[in-house]
Design a protein around this ligand. Structure first.
Ligand code: SRM
Ligand code: SF4
Length: 554
Protein backbone atom coordinates (compact mmCIF):
# COMPACT_ATOMS: atom_id res chain seq x y z
CA UNK A 1 0.00 0.00 0.00
CA UNK A 2 1.54 3.34 -0.97
CA UNK A 3 0.92 6.59 0.91
CA UNK A 4 -0.45 8.17 -2.29
CA UNK A 5 -3.09 5.52 -2.94
CA UNK A 6 -4.41 4.16 0.35
CA UNK A 7 -6.57 1.10 -0.04
CA UNK A 8 -10.26 1.92 0.35
CA UNK A 9 -11.62 -0.42 2.98
CA UNK A 10 -15.08 -1.94 2.67
CA UNK A 11 -17.95 -0.55 4.76
CA UNK A 12 -17.89 -3.76 6.84
CA UNK A 13 -14.33 -2.94 7.90
CA UNK A 14 -15.35 0.57 8.95
CA UNK A 15 -18.24 -0.57 11.13
CA UNK A 16 -16.19 -3.34 12.78
CA UNK A 17 -13.55 -0.75 13.69
CA UNK A 18 -16.22 1.60 15.04
CA UNK A 19 -17.87 -1.06 17.23
CA UNK A 20 -15.15 -3.63 17.95
CA UNK A 21 -17.23 -5.37 20.63
CA UNK A 22 -19.72 -6.15 17.82
CA UNK A 23 -22.50 -4.72 19.99
CA UNK A 24 -23.81 -2.22 17.44
CA UNK A 25 -27.20 -1.10 18.70
CA UNK A 26 -28.62 -4.63 18.71
CA UNK A 27 -29.79 -4.66 22.32
CA UNK A 28 -31.41 -1.24 21.99
CA UNK A 29 -33.40 -2.47 18.98
CA UNK A 30 -34.36 -5.70 20.75
CA UNK A 31 -35.54 -3.68 23.74
CA UNK A 32 -37.82 -1.52 21.58
CA UNK A 33 -41.13 -3.34 21.07
CA UNK A 34 -42.01 -1.06 18.12
CA UNK A 35 -39.11 -2.43 16.01
CA UNK A 36 -39.69 -5.33 13.64
CA UNK A 37 -36.21 -5.25 12.12
CA UNK A 38 -32.59 -4.11 12.52
CA UNK A 39 -30.72 -1.36 10.65
CA UNK A 40 -28.37 -2.39 7.83
CA UNK A 41 -25.27 -1.94 9.99
CA UNK A 42 -26.80 -3.88 12.87
CA UNK A 43 -27.70 -6.60 10.41
CA UNK A 44 -23.96 -7.01 9.81
CA UNK A 45 -23.22 -7.21 13.54
CA UNK A 46 -26.11 -9.63 13.99
CA UNK A 47 -24.27 -12.16 11.78
CA UNK A 48 -21.40 -12.44 14.26
CA UNK A 49 -24.03 -13.37 16.85
CA UNK A 50 -25.31 -16.20 14.62
CA UNK A 51 -28.35 -14.62 13.03
CA UNK A 52 -29.40 -13.16 9.67
CA UNK A 53 -32.22 -10.79 9.06
CA UNK A 54 -34.33 -12.06 6.16
CA UNK A 55 -37.76 -11.47 4.74
CA UNK A 56 -40.22 -14.07 3.54
CA UNK A 57 -39.78 -13.88 -0.23
CA UNK A 58 -43.02 -15.75 -0.86
CA UNK A 59 -44.85 -12.80 0.70
CA UNK A 60 -43.01 -9.98 -1.06
CA UNK A 61 -45.87 -9.27 -3.44
CA UNK A 62 -48.10 -8.35 -0.51
CA UNK A 63 -45.48 -6.56 1.61
CA UNK A 64 -42.27 -7.20 3.53
CA UNK A 65 -42.37 -9.57 6.48
CA UNK A 66 -39.09 -9.55 8.40
CA UNK A 67 -37.98 -12.90 9.75
CA UNK A 68 -34.72 -14.02 11.31
CA UNK A 69 -32.61 -17.06 10.62
CA UNK A 70 -30.60 -18.29 13.62
CA UNK A 71 -27.72 -20.74 13.29
CA UNK A 72 -26.26 -22.75 16.14
CA UNK A 73 -22.57 -23.22 16.78
CA UNK A 74 -22.34 -26.95 17.31
CA UNK A 75 -18.71 -28.13 17.08
CA UNK A 76 -18.48 -31.33 15.04
CA UNK A 77 -22.30 -31.40 14.96
CA UNK A 78 -22.45 -33.26 18.26
CA UNK A 79 -25.47 -32.70 20.53
CA UNK A 80 -26.69 -34.43 23.63
CA UNK A 81 -30.24 -35.78 23.60
CA UNK A 82 -31.18 -32.97 26.02
CA UNK A 83 -29.80 -30.35 23.65
CA UNK A 84 -31.78 -31.89 20.79
CA UNK A 85 -34.95 -31.54 22.90
CA UNK A 86 -34.19 -27.86 23.49
CA UNK A 87 -33.61 -27.18 19.78
CA UNK A 88 -36.74 -29.13 18.86
CA UNK A 89 -38.83 -27.11 21.30
CA UNK A 90 -37.37 -23.78 20.13
CA UNK A 91 -38.14 -24.59 16.49
CA UNK A 92 -41.78 -25.14 17.42
CA UNK A 93 -42.08 -22.20 19.80
CA UNK A 94 -40.27 -19.52 17.80
CA UNK A 95 -39.43 -20.83 14.34
CA UNK A 96 -41.37 -22.41 11.49
CA UNK A 97 -41.54 -25.78 13.29
CA UNK A 98 -38.63 -27.23 11.32
CA UNK A 99 -34.97 -27.82 12.18
CA UNK A 100 -32.72 -27.24 9.18
CA UNK A 101 -29.55 -29.32 9.37
CA UNK A 102 -26.86 -27.42 7.55
CA UNK A 103 -23.96 -28.48 5.37
CA UNK A 104 -21.67 -27.49 8.26
CA UNK A 105 -23.13 -29.81 10.89
CA UNK A 106 -25.30 -27.18 12.48
CA UNK A 107 -28.99 -26.39 12.85
CA UNK A 108 -30.77 -23.34 11.53
CA UNK A 109 -34.09 -21.95 12.70
CA UNK A 110 -36.07 -20.12 10.05
CA UNK A 111 -38.98 -17.71 10.29
CA UNK A 112 -38.28 -16.28 13.76
CA UNK A 113 -39.75 -12.81 14.35
CA UNK A 114 -37.64 -10.26 16.17
CA UNK A 115 -39.43 -10.71 19.52
CA UNK A 116 -38.49 -14.40 19.53
CA UNK A 117 -34.82 -13.81 18.87
CA UNK A 118 -33.54 -13.14 22.37
CA UNK A 119 -35.46 -15.94 24.15
CA UNK A 120 -34.32 -18.37 21.48
CA UNK A 121 -30.63 -17.45 21.67
CA UNK A 122 -30.78 -17.36 25.47
CA UNK A 123 -32.22 -20.86 25.66
CA UNK A 124 -29.59 -22.20 23.27
CA UNK A 125 -26.96 -20.81 25.63
CA UNK A 126 -28.69 -22.31 28.63
CA UNK A 127 -28.44 -25.67 26.87
CA UNK A 128 -24.64 -25.07 26.80
CA UNK A 129 -24.47 -24.53 23.06
CA UNK A 130 -24.05 -21.13 21.42
CA UNK A 131 -24.71 -19.10 18.30
CA UNK A 132 -21.68 -16.83 18.70
CA UNK A 133 -19.54 -16.90 15.54
CA UNK A 134 -21.94 -19.16 13.66
CA UNK A 135 -21.82 -16.44 11.00
CA UNK A 136 -19.69 -13.29 10.46
CA UNK A 137 -16.02 -12.55 9.69
CA UNK A 138 -14.69 -15.11 12.16
CA UNK A 139 -13.99 -18.80 12.42
CA UNK A 140 -17.27 -20.66 11.77
CA UNK A 141 -18.62 -23.98 13.03
CA UNK A 142 -15.76 -26.48 12.92
CA UNK A 143 -16.53 -29.77 11.17
CA UNK A 144 -15.50 -33.19 12.46
CA UNK A 145 -16.20 -36.74 11.28
CA UNK A 146 -19.53 -38.02 12.55
CA UNK A 147 -19.17 -41.73 11.87
CA UNK A 148 -17.96 -43.95 14.70
CA UNK A 149 -17.52 -46.89 12.34
CA UNK A 150 -13.81 -46.83 11.66
CA UNK A 151 -11.53 -45.88 14.49
CA UNK A 152 -11.50 -45.17 18.22
CA UNK A 153 -9.22 -42.24 17.41
CA UNK A 154 -12.30 -40.37 16.21
CA UNK A 155 -12.80 -39.31 19.81
CA UNK A 156 -9.35 -37.66 19.84
CA UNK A 157 -10.12 -35.90 16.57
CA UNK A 158 -13.42 -34.67 17.97
CA UNK A 159 -11.64 -33.39 21.09
CA UNK A 160 -9.25 -31.44 18.86
CA UNK A 161 -12.24 -30.01 16.97
CA UNK A 162 -13.63 -28.77 20.25
CA UNK A 163 -10.27 -27.40 21.38
CA UNK A 164 -9.84 -25.45 18.14
CA UNK A 165 -13.42 -24.11 18.31
CA UNK A 166 -12.86 -22.73 21.79
CA UNK A 167 -9.39 -21.35 21.04
CA UNK A 168 -10.73 -19.38 18.05
CA UNK A 169 -13.92 -18.07 19.66
CA UNK A 170 -14.24 -14.28 19.77
CA UNK A 171 -13.89 -12.87 23.30
CA UNK A 172 -16.34 -9.97 23.12
CA UNK A 173 -18.60 -9.42 26.14
CA UNK A 174 -21.31 -8.01 23.87
CA UNK A 175 -22.75 -11.45 23.16
CA UNK A 176 -23.48 -12.12 26.82
CA UNK A 177 -24.66 -8.59 27.38
CA UNK A 178 -27.16 -8.59 24.49
CA UNK A 179 -28.54 -12.10 24.60
CA UNK A 180 -28.30 -13.08 28.25
CA UNK A 181 -28.54 -9.78 30.16
CA UNK A 182 -30.49 -7.79 27.57
CA UNK A 183 -28.29 -4.75 28.08
CA UNK A 184 -27.05 -2.33 25.41
CA UNK A 185 -23.30 -1.74 25.78
CA UNK A 186 -22.22 1.89 25.69
CA UNK A 187 -20.21 1.96 22.46
CA UNK A 188 -18.60 5.26 23.42
CA UNK A 189 -17.21 3.98 26.75
CA UNK A 190 -13.43 3.66 26.54
CA UNK A 191 -13.36 -0.05 27.37
CA UNK A 192 -15.75 -0.76 24.49
CA UNK A 193 -14.34 1.70 21.98
CA UNK A 194 -10.79 0.50 22.56
CA UNK A 195 -11.67 -3.18 22.81
CA UNK A 196 -9.50 -5.42 20.67
CA UNK A 197 -10.04 -9.16 20.58
CA UNK A 198 -6.81 -10.93 21.66
CA UNK A 199 -6.81 -13.03 18.49
CA UNK A 200 -8.88 -11.12 15.95
CA UNK A 201 -7.94 -7.56 16.89
CA UNK A 202 -10.42 -4.73 16.34
CA UNK A 203 -11.60 -5.64 12.86
CA UNK A 204 -11.75 -9.44 13.03
CA UNK A 205 -11.12 -11.24 9.74
CA UNK A 206 -11.57 -9.82 6.25
CA UNK A 207 -14.19 -12.53 5.66
CA UNK A 208 -15.51 -15.85 7.00
CA UNK A 209 -13.06 -18.63 7.90
CA UNK A 210 -13.86 -22.34 7.79
CA UNK A 211 -12.17 -25.37 9.35
CA UNK A 212 -12.80 -29.10 9.02
CA UNK A 213 -11.24 -32.27 10.42
CA UNK A 214 -11.46 -35.48 8.37
CA UNK A 215 -10.44 -39.08 8.92
CA UNK A 216 -9.55 -40.86 5.67
CA UNK A 217 -10.90 -42.75 3.82
CA UNK A 218 -14.13 -40.82 4.57
CA UNK A 219 -14.44 -37.29 3.23
CA UNK A 220 -18.05 -36.80 4.31
CA UNK A 221 -17.45 -33.14 5.05
CA UNK A 222 -15.67 -32.13 1.85
CA UNK A 223 -12.48 -31.14 3.60
CA UNK A 224 -10.81 -29.51 0.60
CA UNK A 225 -13.54 -26.88 0.33
CA UNK A 226 -12.49 -25.43 3.70
CA UNK A 227 -10.03 -22.60 4.35
CA UNK A 228 -8.20 -24.91 6.75
CA UNK A 229 -8.33 -28.70 6.86
CA UNK A 230 -6.88 -31.17 9.33
CA UNK A 231 -6.60 -34.62 7.78
CA UNK A 232 -6.04 -37.08 10.60
CA UNK A 233 -3.18 -39.54 10.26
CA UNK A 234 -4.00 -42.62 12.30
CA UNK A 235 -1.69 -45.56 12.88
CA UNK A 236 -2.85 -48.64 14.78
CA UNK A 237 -5.92 -46.76 15.99
CA UNK A 238 -3.78 -43.94 17.36
CA UNK A 239 -3.83 -40.33 16.16
CA UNK A 240 -0.25 -39.47 15.27
CA UNK A 241 -0.85 -36.12 13.63
CA UNK A 242 -2.51 -34.19 10.84
CA UNK A 243 -1.85 -33.36 7.23
CA UNK A 244 -2.60 -29.67 6.90
CA UNK A 245 -4.65 -28.35 3.98
CA UNK A 246 -5.15 -24.66 3.27
CA UNK A 247 -6.98 -22.43 0.83
CA UNK A 248 -10.24 -24.16 -0.11
CA UNK A 249 -13.45 -22.26 -0.74
CA UNK A 250 -16.30 -22.31 -3.20
CA UNK A 251 -18.02 -18.93 -3.40
CA UNK A 252 -18.13 -17.26 -6.80
CA UNK A 253 -20.33 -14.84 -8.72
CA UNK A 254 -21.88 -15.37 -12.13
CA UNK A 255 -20.00 -13.45 -14.80
CA UNK A 256 -17.06 -12.55 -12.54
CA UNK A 257 -14.09 -14.70 -13.55
CA UNK A 258 -11.97 -13.24 -10.75
CA UNK A 259 -14.10 -15.27 -8.32
CA UNK A 260 -13.80 -19.04 -8.44
CA UNK A 261 -14.14 -22.27 -6.46
CA UNK A 262 -10.83 -23.65 -5.24
CA UNK A 263 -9.75 -26.87 -3.57
CA UNK A 264 -7.23 -26.63 -0.75
CA UNK A 265 -3.53 -27.54 -1.06
CA UNK A 266 -2.02 -30.05 1.35
CA UNK A 267 1.12 -28.34 2.66
CA UNK A 268 2.61 -30.64 5.28
CA UNK A 269 2.27 -32.79 8.39
CA UNK A 270 2.47 -31.86 12.09
CA UNK A 271 1.83 -33.54 15.44
CA UNK A 272 -1.45 -33.08 17.37
CA UNK A 273 0.13 -31.23 20.31
CA UNK A 274 0.42 -28.20 18.01
CA UNK A 275 -3.18 -28.18 16.81
CA UNK A 276 -4.17 -24.84 18.38
CA UNK A 277 -0.95 -23.11 17.34
CA UNK A 278 -1.41 -24.25 13.74
CA UNK A 279 -5.08 -23.24 13.67
CA UNK A 280 -4.19 -19.80 15.00
CA UNK A 281 -1.32 -19.48 12.53
CA UNK A 282 -3.53 -20.10 9.49
CA UNK A 283 -6.31 -17.89 10.84
CA UNK A 284 -3.95 -14.99 11.49
CA UNK A 285 -2.45 -15.33 8.01
CA UNK A 286 -5.98 -14.68 6.75
CA UNK A 287 -6.37 -11.83 9.26
CA UNK A 288 -3.13 -10.18 8.14
CA UNK A 289 -3.05 -10.87 4.41
CA UNK A 290 -6.72 -11.17 3.36
CA UNK A 291 -8.06 -8.41 1.11
CA UNK A 292 -10.08 -5.91 3.17
CA UNK A 293 -10.92 -3.74 0.18
CA UNK A 294 -13.09 -6.21 -1.74
CA UNK A 295 -15.32 -8.76 -0.03
CA UNK A 296 -15.46 -10.83 -3.19
CA UNK A 297 -11.69 -11.26 -3.04
CA UNK A 298 -11.32 -11.51 0.72
CA UNK A 299 -11.28 -15.25 1.45
CA UNK A 300 -8.09 -17.07 2.42
CA UNK A 301 -8.27 -19.07 -0.84
CA UNK A 302 -7.15 -15.98 -2.78
CA UNK A 303 -4.19 -15.43 -0.44
CA UNK A 304 -3.10 -19.04 -1.01
CA UNK A 305 -3.74 -18.90 -4.76
CA UNK A 306 -1.81 -15.66 -5.17
CA UNK A 307 1.03 -16.04 -2.67
CA UNK A 308 1.58 -19.78 -3.08
CA UNK A 309 2.22 -22.88 -1.00
CA UNK A 310 5.79 -21.98 0.02
CA UNK A 311 4.56 -18.68 1.48
CA UNK A 312 1.93 -20.54 3.49
CA UNK A 313 4.41 -23.15 4.74
CA UNK A 314 6.89 -20.48 5.85
CA UNK A 315 4.22 -18.40 7.58
CA UNK A 316 2.67 -21.40 9.36
CA UNK A 317 6.10 -22.57 10.54
CA UNK A 318 7.02 -19.12 11.80
CA UNK A 319 3.71 -18.33 13.48
CA UNK A 320 3.15 -21.79 15.02
CA UNK A 321 6.80 -22.36 15.95
CA UNK A 322 6.95 -25.67 14.11
CA UNK A 323 8.56 -27.21 11.06
CA UNK A 324 5.98 -28.82 8.86
CA UNK A 325 7.10 -32.27 7.73
CA UNK A 326 6.24 -33.67 4.30
CA UNK A 327 2.58 -34.73 4.16
CA UNK A 328 1.89 -38.40 4.94
CA UNK A 329 0.08 -40.57 2.39
CA UNK A 330 -3.72 -40.67 2.64
CA UNK A 331 -6.62 -41.75 0.43
CA UNK A 332 -10.22 -40.61 0.41
CA UNK A 333 -12.78 -42.92 -1.18
CA UNK A 334 -16.23 -41.68 -0.20
CA UNK A 335 -18.24 -38.58 0.73
CA UNK A 336 -21.42 -40.37 1.77
CA UNK A 337 -23.01 -41.03 5.15
CA UNK A 338 -23.67 -44.57 6.40
CA UNK A 339 -27.46 -44.77 6.59
CA UNK A 340 -29.22 -47.49 8.61
CA UNK A 341 -27.99 -49.42 11.67
CA UNK A 342 -24.27 -50.14 11.97
CA UNK A 343 -21.92 -51.31 14.64
CA UNK A 344 -19.43 -48.74 15.95
CA UNK A 345 -15.81 -49.68 16.68
CA UNK A 346 -16.45 -49.42 20.43
CA UNK A 347 -19.15 -52.09 20.19
CA UNK A 348 -22.12 -49.71 20.48
CA UNK A 349 -24.61 -49.14 17.64
CA UNK A 350 -25.32 -46.11 15.49
CA UNK A 351 -28.19 -45.28 13.16
CA UNK A 352 -27.82 -43.00 10.14
CA UNK A 353 -31.12 -41.33 9.31
CA UNK A 354 -31.69 -39.67 5.95
CA UNK A 355 -33.15 -36.17 6.28
CA UNK A 356 -34.61 -34.90 3.03
CA UNK A 357 -32.77 -31.66 2.17
CA UNK A 358 -31.73 -31.43 5.83
CA UNK A 359 -35.22 -30.30 6.83
CA UNK A 360 -36.35 -32.16 9.97
CA UNK A 361 -40.12 -31.80 10.16
CA UNK A 362 -43.46 -33.55 10.67
CA UNK A 363 -43.35 -37.20 11.77
CA UNK A 364 -39.53 -37.39 11.57
CA UNK A 365 -39.30 -34.40 13.94
CA UNK A 366 -41.74 -36.02 16.37
CA UNK A 367 -39.92 -39.35 16.30
CA UNK A 368 -36.50 -37.81 16.88
CA UNK A 369 -37.94 -35.81 19.77
CA UNK A 370 -39.33 -39.00 21.32
CA UNK A 371 -35.95 -40.71 20.98
CA UNK A 372 -34.24 -37.73 22.61
CA UNK A 373 -36.69 -37.80 25.51
CA UNK A 374 -36.69 -41.54 26.08
CA UNK A 375 -33.00 -42.32 25.44
CA UNK A 376 -30.98 -39.57 27.16
CA UNK A 377 -27.68 -41.38 26.59
CA UNK A 378 -27.99 -41.29 22.80
CA UNK A 379 -25.74 -38.77 21.07
CA UNK A 380 -27.26 -36.79 18.18
CA UNK A 381 -24.67 -36.13 15.48
CA UNK A 382 -25.41 -33.81 12.57
CA UNK A 383 -23.61 -34.71 9.36
CA UNK A 384 -22.24 -32.34 6.76
CA UNK A 385 -24.47 -34.20 4.27
CA UNK A 386 -27.47 -32.77 6.18
CA UNK A 387 -28.40 -36.05 7.89
CA UNK A 388 -28.69 -37.17 11.54
CA UNK A 389 -26.70 -39.96 13.08
CA UNK A 390 -27.77 -41.42 16.44
CA UNK A 391 -24.65 -42.68 18.19
CA UNK A 392 -23.66 -44.50 21.39
CA UNK A 393 -26.74 -46.71 21.29
CA UNK A 394 -26.68 -49.85 23.45
CA UNK A 395 -27.96 -53.23 22.21
CA UNK A 396 -31.12 -52.91 24.34
CA UNK A 397 -31.81 -49.32 23.23
CA UNK A 398 -31.32 -50.35 19.60
CA UNK A 399 -34.30 -52.67 19.92
CA UNK A 400 -36.44 -50.04 21.63
CA UNK A 401 -35.50 -47.29 19.14
CA UNK A 402 -36.24 -49.65 16.26
CA UNK A 403 -39.68 -50.32 17.72
CA UNK A 404 -40.31 -46.61 18.22
CA UNK A 405 -39.31 -45.75 14.66
CA UNK A 406 -41.33 -48.64 13.24
CA UNK A 407 -44.38 -47.37 15.11
CA UNK A 408 -43.77 -43.88 13.71
CA UNK A 409 -43.34 -45.32 10.17
CA UNK A 410 -39.81 -43.89 9.94
CA UNK A 411 -37.73 -46.19 7.75
CA UNK A 412 -34.35 -47.47 8.91
CA UNK A 413 -33.44 -49.63 5.91
CA UNK A 414 -33.88 -48.54 2.28
CA UNK A 415 -34.73 -45.11 3.58
CA UNK A 416 -34.59 -43.49 0.17
CA UNK A 417 -33.24 -44.05 -3.34
CA UNK A 418 -29.49 -43.80 -4.01
CA UNK A 419 -29.91 -40.56 -5.95
CA UNK A 420 -31.85 -38.86 -3.18
CA UNK A 421 -29.40 -40.17 -0.57
CA UNK A 422 -26.49 -38.64 -2.46
CA UNK A 423 -28.10 -35.24 -3.00
CA UNK A 424 -27.96 -31.89 -1.22
CA UNK A 425 -29.53 -28.50 -1.76
CA UNK A 426 -29.17 -25.14 -0.07
CA UNK A 427 -32.29 -23.44 1.34
CA UNK A 428 -32.55 -20.59 -1.21
CA UNK A 429 -36.18 -19.43 -1.54
CA UNK A 430 -38.15 -18.32 0.37
CA UNK A 431 -35.68 -17.38 3.12
CA UNK A 432 -32.32 -16.67 1.48
CA UNK A 433 -32.04 -13.11 0.27
CA UNK A 434 -29.38 -14.10 -2.29
CA UNK A 435 -31.29 -16.92 -4.02
CA UNK A 436 -31.80 -16.43 -7.76
CA UNK A 437 -33.71 -19.69 -8.26
CA UNK A 438 -35.39 -22.36 -6.14
CA UNK A 439 -33.14 -25.02 -4.60
CA UNK A 440 -34.34 -26.97 -1.53
CA UNK A 441 -37.93 -26.88 -2.81
CA UNK A 442 -36.84 -27.80 -6.34
CA UNK A 443 -34.18 -30.50 -6.16
CA UNK A 444 -36.25 -33.43 -4.79
CA UNK A 445 -38.70 -33.19 -7.72
CA UNK A 446 -35.87 -32.84 -10.22
CA UNK A 447 -34.16 -35.92 -8.81
CA UNK A 448 -37.40 -37.89 -9.26
CA UNK A 449 -37.35 -36.82 -12.93
CA UNK A 450 -33.68 -37.75 -13.37
CA UNK A 451 -34.41 -41.09 -11.72
CA UNK A 452 -37.08 -41.80 -14.31
CA UNK A 453 -34.57 -41.12 -17.10
CA UNK A 454 -31.94 -43.28 -15.38
CA UNK A 455 -34.42 -46.15 -14.97
CA UNK A 456 -35.27 -45.99 -18.71
CA UNK A 457 -31.58 -46.27 -19.53
CA UNK A 458 -30.83 -49.19 -17.23
CA UNK A 459 -29.08 -46.89 -14.74
CA UNK A 460 -31.53 -47.47 -11.89
CA UNK A 461 -29.66 -47.70 -8.59
CA UNK A 462 -26.57 -45.96 -10.02
CA UNK A 463 -25.17 -43.48 -7.47
CA UNK A 464 -24.65 -39.99 -8.87
CA UNK A 465 -23.91 -37.15 -6.48
CA UNK A 466 -26.32 -34.33 -7.36
CA UNK A 467 -26.36 -30.97 -5.63
CA UNK A 468 -28.15 -27.70 -6.21
CA UNK A 469 -27.87 -24.13 -5.03
CA UNK A 470 -30.08 -21.14 -5.71
CA UNK A 471 -27.08 -18.93 -6.57
CA UNK A 472 -23.35 -19.33 -7.25
CA UNK A 473 -22.25 -18.90 -3.60
CA UNK A 474 -21.92 -22.65 -3.21
CA UNK A 475 -23.64 -23.37 0.12
CA UNK A 476 -24.47 -27.00 -0.74
CA UNK A 477 -20.94 -27.38 -2.13
CA UNK A 478 -22.11 -27.88 -5.72
CA UNK A 479 -18.70 -27.51 -7.37
CA UNK A 480 -17.53 -30.95 -6.32
CA UNK A 481 -20.75 -32.80 -7.22
CA UNK A 482 -21.05 -35.12 -10.21
CA UNK A 483 -24.00 -33.01 -11.38
CA UNK A 484 -24.65 -29.53 -10.01
CA UNK A 485 -27.48 -27.13 -10.70
CA UNK A 486 -26.53 -23.56 -9.86
CA UNK A 487 -29.37 -21.04 -9.97
CA UNK A 488 -29.14 -18.17 -12.46
CA UNK A 489 -32.73 -16.91 -12.54
CA UNK A 490 -36.15 -18.35 -11.68
CA UNK A 491 -36.39 -21.75 -13.37
CA UNK A 492 -32.92 -21.45 -14.96
CA UNK A 493 -29.76 -23.22 -13.85
CA UNK A 494 -26.12 -23.38 -14.86
CA UNK A 495 -25.20 -27.07 -15.02
CA UNK A 496 -21.81 -28.35 -13.86
CA UNK A 497 -20.56 -31.92 -14.36
CA UNK A 498 -17.56 -34.03 -13.44
CA UNK A 499 -16.96 -34.20 -9.69
CA UNK A 500 -15.86 -37.52 -8.21
CA UNK A 501 -16.89 -39.85 -5.35
CA UNK A 502 -14.28 -38.62 -2.90
CA UNK A 503 -14.60 -34.84 -3.13
CA UNK A 504 -11.09 -34.37 -4.46
CA UNK A 505 -11.92 -32.84 -7.85
CA UNK A 506 -13.79 -29.71 -8.94
CA UNK A 507 -16.45 -30.13 -11.60
CA UNK A 508 -16.72 -27.91 -14.68
CA UNK A 509 -19.44 -25.88 -16.37
CA UNK A 510 -21.23 -27.99 -18.95
CA UNK A 511 -24.17 -25.74 -19.88
CA UNK A 512 -24.36 -22.03 -19.11
CA UNK A 513 -28.09 -22.23 -18.68
CA UNK A 514 -30.77 -24.92 -18.81
CA UNK A 515 -34.42 -24.10 -18.28
CA UNK A 516 -36.40 -26.30 -15.94
CA UNK A 517 -38.67 -27.86 -18.63
CA UNK A 518 -35.56 -28.77 -20.71
CA UNK A 519 -33.70 -30.71 -17.99
CA UNK A 520 -34.61 -34.19 -19.25
CA UNK A 521 -34.03 -33.25 -22.91
CA UNK A 522 -30.53 -32.01 -22.05
CA UNK A 523 -29.52 -34.75 -19.62
CA UNK A 524 -30.97 -37.81 -21.37
CA UNK A 525 -28.45 -37.89 -24.29
CA UNK A 526 -25.53 -37.55 -21.89
CA UNK A 527 -26.79 -40.27 -19.57
CA UNK A 528 -27.48 -42.46 -22.62
CA UNK A 529 -23.90 -42.09 -23.78
CA UNK A 530 -22.60 -42.72 -20.26
CA UNK A 531 -24.59 -45.97 -20.04
CA UNK A 532 -23.07 -47.14 -23.34
CA UNK A 533 -19.54 -45.74 -23.19
CA UNK A 534 -18.52 -45.99 -19.55
CA UNK A 535 -15.60 -48.17 -18.58
CA UNK A 536 -16.43 -51.01 -16.22
CA UNK A 537 -17.44 -49.58 -12.83
CA UNK A 538 -16.80 -46.02 -13.99
CA UNK A 539 -18.91 -43.35 -12.26
CA UNK A 540 -20.87 -40.70 -14.12
CA UNK A 541 -18.67 -37.85 -12.84
CA UNK A 542 -15.50 -39.68 -13.84
CA UNK A 543 -16.84 -40.41 -17.32
CA UNK A 544 -17.87 -36.76 -17.78
CA UNK A 545 -14.42 -35.66 -16.67
CA UNK A 546 -12.61 -38.19 -18.91
CA UNK A 547 -14.78 -37.97 -22.01
CA UNK A 548 -17.64 -35.50 -22.24
CA UNK A 549 -15.99 -32.38 -20.90
CA UNK A 550 -12.94 -32.85 -23.10
CA UNK A 551 -14.94 -32.87 -26.33
CA UNK A 552 -15.19 -29.71 -28.42
CA UNK A 553 -18.37 -27.85 -27.60
CA UNK A 554 -20.40 -25.59 -29.85
FE1 SRM B 1 -23.70 -20.30 2.89
C1 SRM B 1 -24.28 -17.00 2.51
C2 SRM B 1 -26.83 -20.82 3.91
C3 SRM B 1 -22.79 -23.37 3.95
C4 SRM B 1 -20.87 -20.12 0.93
N1 SRM B 1 -25.26 -19.08 3.23
C5 SRM B 1 -25.29 -17.74 3.06
C6 SRM B 1 -26.60 -17.15 3.60
C7 SRM B 1 -26.35 -16.75 5.03
C8 SRM B 1 -27.22 -16.02 2.77
C9 SRM B 1 -26.87 -14.60 3.06
O1 SRM B 1 -25.69 -14.25 3.19
O2 SRM B 1 -27.80 -13.78 3.14
C10 SRM B 1 -27.51 -18.41 3.49
C11 SRM B 1 -28.70 -18.47 4.43
C12 SRM B 1 -29.86 -19.10 3.72
C13 SRM B 1 -31.00 -19.46 4.58
O3 SRM B 1 -32.11 -18.96 4.32
O4 SRM B 1 -30.85 -20.27 5.48
C14 SRM B 1 -26.49 -19.52 3.57
N2 SRM B 1 -24.60 -21.76 3.87
C15 SRM B 1 -25.93 -21.84 4.12
C16 SRM B 1 -26.33 -23.20 4.64
C17 SRM B 1 -27.48 -23.17 5.64
C18 SRM B 1 -26.65 -24.11 3.44
C19 SRM B 1 -27.20 -25.48 3.74
O5 SRM B 1 -27.87 -26.00 2.86
O6 SRM B 1 -26.95 -26.04 4.80
C20 SRM B 1 -24.97 -23.65 5.22
C21 SRM B 1 -24.75 -23.21 6.64
C22 SRM B 1 -23.49 -23.79 7.19
C23 SRM B 1 -23.26 -23.55 8.66
O7 SRM B 1 -23.91 -24.20 9.47
O8 SRM B 1 -22.38 -22.75 8.99
C24 SRM B 1 -24.01 -22.88 4.30
N3 SRM B 1 -22.07 -21.49 2.57
C25 SRM B 1 -21.95 -22.78 3.00
C26 SRM B 1 -20.89 -23.43 2.32
C27 SRM B 1 -20.49 -24.89 2.48
C28 SRM B 1 -19.49 -25.10 3.56
O9 SRM B 1 -19.12 -24.17 4.29
O10 SRM B 1 -19.04 -26.24 3.71
C29 SRM B 1 -20.35 -22.50 1.44
C30 SRM B 1 -19.22 -22.77 0.40
C31 SRM B 1 -17.90 -22.91 1.02
C32 SRM B 1 -17.23 -21.58 1.17
O11 SRM B 1 -17.49 -20.90 2.16
O12 SRM B 1 -16.49 -21.18 0.27
C33 SRM B 1 -21.09 -21.28 1.61
N4 SRM B 1 -22.71 -18.79 1.92
C34 SRM B 1 -21.61 -18.94 1.12
C35 SRM B 1 -21.31 -17.67 0.52
C36 SRM B 1 -20.15 -17.38 -0.46
C37 SRM B 1 -18.92 -17.02 0.27
C38 SRM B 1 -17.81 -16.59 -0.65
O13 SRM B 1 -16.66 -16.90 -0.39
O14 SRM B 1 -18.07 -15.92 -1.65
C39 SRM B 1 -22.30 -16.77 0.96
C40 SRM B 1 -22.45 -15.29 0.59
C41 SRM B 1 -21.58 -14.42 1.41
O15 SRM B 1 -20.90 -14.83 2.34
O16 SRM B 1 -21.57 -13.23 1.08
C42 SRM B 1 -23.17 -17.52 1.83
FE1 SF4 C 1 -28.60 -18.62 -0.56
FE2 SF4 C 1 -26.99 -18.90 -2.61
FE3 SF4 C 1 -26.35 -20.00 -0.27
FE4 SF4 C 1 -28.30 -21.00 -1.68
S1 SF4 C 1 -26.16 -20.93 -2.32
S2 SF4 C 1 -28.38 -20.54 0.52
S3 SF4 C 1 -29.20 -19.24 -2.64
S4 SF4 C 1 -26.51 -17.86 -0.68
Amino acid sequence: MSAESPVKLTHNEEIKAASPTLAGTLAATLNDPAQDHFSDDDNNFLKFHGSYQQDDRDLRKTGKKYIMMIRGRIPGGVMTAQQWCVFDELASAYGNNTLRITTRQSIQFHGVVISGLRPLVKKINESLLSTLAACGDVNRNVLAPATPAYTLAREDVFRDCHKVTMALAPQTQAYHSIWIDGVQLDNEAAENKDFADPLYGKTYLPRKFKIAFAIPPVNDLDIFTNCLGFIAVIEQDRLIGYNLSVGGGLGRSHGNEATYPRLADVIGFFTPDKIVEVAKAVLTIHRDFGDRSDRKHARLKYVVAERGVKFMQDEVNRRAGITLEPAKPYVFTTMQDMLGWHKAVDGSWFLGLFVNMGRVKDSQKTALRQIAEQFPGVEFRLTANQNVLLAKVSEADKKAITALLNAAAVKMENQTSVLHAASMACPSLPTCGLGLAESERYLPGLIDRIETVCADLGLGGEEIIIRSTGCPNGCARPYIAEIAFVGKAPGRYQVWLGGNASGTRLNRVWKEVVKDPDMETELRPVLTRFAKERASGERFGDWCNRVLLNEPRN
